[in-house]
Design a protein around this ligand. Structure first.
Ligand SMILES: C[S@@+](CC[C@H](N)C(=O)[O-])C[C@H]1O[C@@H](n2cnc3c(N)ncnc32)[C@H](O)[C@@H]1O
Length: 251
């Protein structure tokens, strides 16, 4: 079971609003540009949360589906898509166990800020399932926080006001391996959320993609200004690496 599911079960209201988009804005927008959903494509938002990104995928004219482990988030996603008059199918599912879809049905899978909650084994199972449900030539986009944020000396490892702070759950973590951190995350109103998250090194995802018949084709780092690391909701285009994104195509 992914870590810290309680954050999403208990805070669905917060995650259903645009105010949830503190620093993550830069990852989501850049992820959509890279993924470039096309009209008529069938796409999955894996770990869709309250469905805000699934709705953006649907607005491109793609046939969008979303799934998430949290019933509360999926209820919120269904309500939001009805309000927005978008015809989207949402399912409660653990993406690290079984995706409730037939083989080779998707042209693309979008997975933003999800695998920070999943262990290496869970990531492996998700990528294997993504390969099963993806059509040949389809693309998988994975977006997670950048290792910079977890390094000793980064503003997020120091005890200062920051949009998110990380404390390692083991002594002297080696960032060449997956490891866990406690995350204290602040929204733009200063409210705190505490959860345990996984840091995963980028080579782990690349290796899992290759093992499962994906070819990584593009990788990008998304950066923010120094101020954005210390002031909530102040993200900007340059400065410290904050997210990395890997896109792979199914061979
Ligand atoms: C930070 S939110 C991101 C939501 C959305 N992708 C976005 O960009 O706004 C993380 C979401 O991933 C979901 N999640 C994490 N691990 C999951 C898993 N193994 N299966 C399904 N959902 C998962 C959580 O329930 C939560 O809704």
């Amino acid at each position: 079971m992914p870590t810290s599911q309680h954050v999403y079960t208990q805070q669905t209201q917060f995650w259903s609003t645009e105010r949830a988009y503190v620093l993550g804005d830069i990852a989501r927008a850049a992820g959509h540009r890279l993924f470039a959903a096309q009209p008529g494509e069938v796409v999955l938002d894996a770990g869709c949360g309250a469905g805000l990104e699934t709705i953006k995928l649907a607005r491109t004219g793609a046939r969008a589906c979303g799934c998430d482990l949290s019933h509360e988030m999926i209820d919120a996603a269904r309500n939001k898509s009805l309000q927005e008059k978008q015809d989207i199918s949402f399912d409660v599912a653990n993406i690290a166990e079984h995706l409730p879809y037939a083989d080779a049905v998707f042209d693309g899978i979008f997975c933003n800020a999800v695998l920070i909650h999943d262990s290496p084994d869970e990531c492996q199972r998700f990528i294997a399932e993504a390969a099963r449900v993806m059509s040949k030539g389809g693309r998988l986009l994975i977006s997670v926080m950048h290792p910079y944020l977890y390094q000793e000396g980064s503003p997020n490892r120091l005890n200062q006001a920051s949009w998110a702070q990380y404390t390692p759950l083991e002594a002297n973590p080696d960032l060449t391996q997956s490891c866990q951190f406690q995350e204290i995350y602040r929204n733009s109103a200063g409210k705190e959320f505490v959860s345990d998250v996984w840091y995963h090194p980028e080579p782990m995802f690349r290796a899992m993609m290759l093992q499962n018949g994906f070819c990584p084709v593009h990788e990008q780092n998304l950066c923010v200004t120094p101020e954005a690391l210390s002031l909530a909701n102040a993200s900007g285009p340059y400065g410290y690496p904050a997210f990395y994104q890997i896109m792979a195509t199914k061979l």
